[in-house]
Design a protein around this ligand. Structure first.
Ligand code: ADP
Ligand code: MG
Length: 804
């Protein structure tokens, strides 16, 4: 054994060579073993005992605990290759056949205990196209924007050598061979996978096709099978969906895990499928008016009858994560509890149809009838199955006569043995005992104090302190029968379970379409729930915006008394300059307008007393550098490149939210840029825009240009302090109250007093005023003159000329 490899170790080594980038788990008996460096690694990573086989380090995972350890290994960023025994060792001639049956990565988990309710994507990046697949649900999306990586947060990204390593943090990245991304064969690969002759209806570009094919090839290669549960790739369609880039999603705190995230706040779904749909819809709200209003009409019906909503949600809550269950059935990797959960869900499907029939709501979404399958599963699987498949506790009584017979034999054996023990006691006149040991099988135990005769056919097998154990011909006979029966049970039950799974798969399409309907109904139910709980209103669409007593959906939950605000915007009032001191509520207000628009276009009601909205094609938000505390991108350059994106892509139908843009540079440059950007947007792009700024000078724009108007936040000054009323009113601010904010923050009174003295002193020195505080009226006048010279509507950074 020293240097000579055993045949099994040679088998291991050959496989390991193929899977050198993965941790290889090699099935031996009841364990998945790791050897060599892998063994050292997993023993440390998983806290397992490190042993040795010959001079090889070795560490093993009990096969029934594989999922738990698998999850940990994958979470730590490993690829794990799982090698199984391909034949029953009992019947193997010589070395047991083994091969890798699947390679698991963070993006290819399917076990329920390894996943959260959220989508678990693996992505392929090709040029600017991104294809994302969740094999645990079958979801498949494709987009031609690298930003998709930020929005869908895949757990694993593959790319080719032709692409520079994409710079996505926190994601498991893997460079794969070029053939995955083959421009020639990708289309035919896709057609073959989905068994269609034509894929033009998917409207994919060649790059998108290449990315889709790459992900499918990779999955086939690692999963060692064709994943038959994948849906067709769904493309992001610009004319149907509102595009929200990842900056906007993070600026508006849509998806974060924090308590103020919109998703956390709005998610009142009762099924996991509904939750996932809600999140996908949140990333890309609708743009088609009929589609949005259809959703609103459904929400309205439920809002009007809370009782119906409650009964609906009660039915929905009995539905399990059918998409995930189906992925495991198709894989195949389903457990008896998966089938039980599916059966329960099918029962709830029927209840949902009853609900639909009796209320008339969601009539067009009535589920496909699957009663036959439900009845079949009731006949096939025990109401409460026990143990793993093959032990006899899963398939229902009466489903297979053969299986029932084998099980009867096993369960009768106790009775038989009791009778047999009785008969020996009668015959020998002693308290003989029948028992079972794994070494000798069934035996008769007779005390050493027994002085009578031992029948000659009894074979002594073991001597204990006070007794002797014998094997008898009758016991050998029953043991043989038992072994046979158990084997029968194992084979039969596995076979029958497989049949049950295949029967389920025959209804795959129907189950998928039902679960899609259920996700949608659940999402609508969630919108209705939140509308009632939070007192939201039905939004109406028009060519202008009119918000009455609107609120910020999450901030209102975290402050004592939220002050609702109004807003009117139209063609003549399309660009708002919102001034007001720090902490007065500017940022909150402008985000609230964006969030309300998003929510409305998703199909939800909104936090306001009245909401008339325009349908926007995109929402852009940009936050000035110094406000951007969440990330470390706080350079002025980044801020400007983000503003550049807006100026390039915003249309007349976009909503633009600017928060303190221009702040990342000196006051003078910043104001100049803010000024010219405002001019460009309001005069050229004509997008609805709200610009919150501490540059009070920007309120001058109102006087110069059409379409621009000023709002400010009301502040009440008492003798020695300032009260922020958080009330948005017409007009502009004239002071910034920075020192007051410092007081609220707890700066000692002495320091505050001194600050006022210094501020006064500075204000009287115009030279300093120019660089650290506001511009004088004269300076603003100068800017205006310059702007006129430069020509309206041109984005020009003119601060340098101004300084001369
Ligand atoms: P600004 O952007 O003007 O500095 P913020 O929007 O960041 O101000 O608001 C500062 C704080 O004021 C928020 O954290 C919130 O607690 C409170 N606030 C904002 N708007 C309102 C409102 N309408 N009603 C009540 N409190 C508000
Ligand atoms: Mg702010």
């Amino acid at each position: 054994m020293q240097n000579e490899l055993t045949p099994m170790m040679k088998q291991y080594m050959d496989l390991k060579e193929h899977y050198s980038d993965s941790v290889l788990l090699f099935r031996v008996g009841d364990f998945y073993e790791a050897f060599g460096e892998d063994a050292k690694y997993i023993s440390k990573a998983l806290g397992l005992v490190l042993t040795h086989r010959g001079n090889q380090p070795m560490a093993g995972i009990p096969h029934h605990a594989l999922n738990v350890y698998l999850k940990k290994l994958v979470e730590q960023g490993n690829k794990v290759a799982i090698c199984d025994q391909l034949e029953d060792p009992k019947y193997a001639k010589g070395l047991v056949k083994r091969d890798v049956t699947r390679v698991v990565t963070p993006g290819t988990l399917i076990e329920d205990d390894a996943l959260s309710e959220e989508n678990n994507y693996i992505a392929a990046v090709y040029e600017k196209s991104v294809a994302l697949v969740d094999i645990s649900t079958g979801d498949f999306v494709v987009e031609s924007s690298l930003d998709a990586i930020n929005r869908y947060s895949p757990k694993h990204v593959i790319y080719t050598s032709e692409d520079p390593t994409p710079n996505f943090s926190d994601t498991f990245k893997e460079k794969v061979e070029d053939w995955y991304f083959d421009r020639q064969n990708s289309e035919s690969f896709l057609k073959e996978h989905f068994k269609v002759n034509d894929i033009s209806f998917l409207e994919l570009s060649l790059n998108e096709i290449v990315a889709c094919a790459a992900i499918l090839k990779y999955l086939q290669n690692t999963q060692k099978r064709v994943l038959s549960n994948l849906k067709m790739p769904l493309k992001f369609r610009e004319n149907a969906r509102m595009f929200l880039d990842s900056d906007t999603l993070s600026n508006l705190d849509v998806l974060s895990k924090g308590t103020s995230s919109l998703y956390r706040h709005m998610n009142r779904c009762v099924t996991r499928m509904g939750q996932r749909l809600l999140k996908r819809e949140m990333i890309a709200p609708l743009r088609r008016r009929e589609e949005i209003e259809y959703r609103h009409s459904l929400v309205k019906k439920l809002v009007q009858s809370e009782e119906l909503l409650i009964s609906l949600r009660k039915v929905l809550s009995q539905i399990h994560d059918v998409e995930r269950i189906m992925a495991r059935v198709a894989y195949p990797a389903a457990t008896p509890s998966d089938i039980v959960a599916l059966r329960e869900s099918l029962r709830a499907f029927e209840k949902l149809n009853l609900w639909i029939d009796s209320t008339g709501i969601f009539k067009e979404l009535r589920l496909t009838d699957l009663r036959d399958l439900r009845e079949f599963l009731e006949d096939a699987i025990k109401e409460e199955p026990t143990g793993e498949v093959g032990k006899g506790g899963v398939i229902a009584q009466g489903f297979s006569a053969e299986l029932d017979e084998a099980r009867a034999l096993v369960s009768d054996v106790d009775e038989y043995l009791a009778g047999y023990q009785e008969s020996i006691r009668d015959k020998l006149k002693t308290k003989a005992k029948v028992g079972y040991s794994t070494v000798f099988g069934f035996y008769v135990e007779i005390s050493k104090s027994y002085k009578g005769e031992i029948p000659p056919e009894y074979k002594r097998k073991q001597t204990l302190v006070n007794s002797e154990r014998y094997v008898t011909p009758e016991l050998l006979e029953i043991e043989k029968k038992m072994l046979h029966a158990n084997e029968m049970i194992e084979n039969l039950e596995k076979e029958l379970f497989e049949r049950v799974c295949n029967e389920i798969l025959r209804k795959k399409e129907e189950i998928f379409s039902n679960s899609q309907k259920i996700s949608f109904i659940d999402m609508i139910g969630s919108f209705a729930r939140i509308a009632l709980d939070e007192n939201y209103t039905l939004p109406i669409f028009s060519d202008h915006v009119e918000l009455v007593e609107s609120r910020h959906p999450t901030v209102e939950k975290h402050v004592k008394e939220f002050v609702p605000n109004d807003l009117k915007m139209n063609e003549q009032r399309r660009f708002v300059v919102l001034t007001g001191p720090n902490m007065s509520g500017k940022s909150t207000f402008i985000r609230q307008v964006a969030l309300i628009s998003m929510m409305a276009q998703m199909g939800s009601f909104v936090p306001a007393k009245k909401a008339v909205l325009k349908i926007f094609d995109r929402i852009f938000t940009r936050i000035g550098a110094r406000d951007d505390i969440a990330s470390n991108r706080s350079t002025f350059l980044v801020e400007m490149s983000e503003v550049a994106t807006i100026l390039h892509f915003a249309t007349r139908d976009s909503l633009i939210i600017l928060d303190e843009v221009g702040r990342g540079t000196s006051t003078f440059d910043g104001l100049s840029i803010a000024w010219s950007v405002s001019e460009y947007i309001s005069q050229k792009l004509k997008a609805f825009t709200i610009f919150a700024t501490h540059y009070n000078e920007l309120s001058e724009l109102e006087k110069i240009y059409s379409g621009i108007f000023n709002l400010t936040i009301k502040v009440v000054e008492s003798e020695d302090s300032v009260i922020f009323l958080h009330k948005v009113i017409n007009g502009s601010a004239d002071k910034s109250y920075g020192i007051e904010v410092a007081r609220i923050a707890g700066i000692p009174e002495e320091v505050i007093k001194r600050a006022y003295q210094v501020a006064d002193a500075l204000a009287s020195t115009s030279q300093i005023k120019k660089s650290v505080r506001f511009l004088t009226n004269g300076e603003v006048e100068k800017i205006k003159q310059r702007l006129k010279k430069v020509g309206k509507g041109q984005l020009t950074f003119f601060s340098d000329t101004l300084k001369k």
